[in-house]
Design a protein around this ligand. Structure first.
Ligand SMILES: [Zn+2]
Length: 83
């Protein structure tokens, strides 16, 4: 997999994950083509990164289509990874 198409934070240039892309869309604009990493979102909105991650979990549990679906054993227990 090449990294050419990887989205990057427009503020700091770090690669952004699917969660960061979803959260940028949620907080800024669904149609935005510019994404921010957790750290820059945190600074911009003055929300701690921990709270941003909690927001993502809440959105996922609500079934928000901007994020991957929530599954029950997606809590802290990541000891077993099913494929
Ligand atoms: Zn950034």
């Amino acid at each position: 997999m090449g990294n050419d198409s990887a989205s990057r934070c427009v503020a700091c240039g770090d690669p952004v994950s699917a969660d960061e892309i979803g959260l940028t869309k949620k907080l800024i604009n669904r149609g935005t083509k510019e994404f921010y990493c957790f750290r820059c979102l945190s600074e911009h909105f003055r929300i701690s990164e921990e709270n941003l991650r909690e927001m993502i979990i809440r959105f996922r549990k609500q079934g928000c289509t901007l994020f991957s679906p929530w599954v029950e054993d997606d809590n802290q227990n990541h000891t077993e990874v099913k494929s």
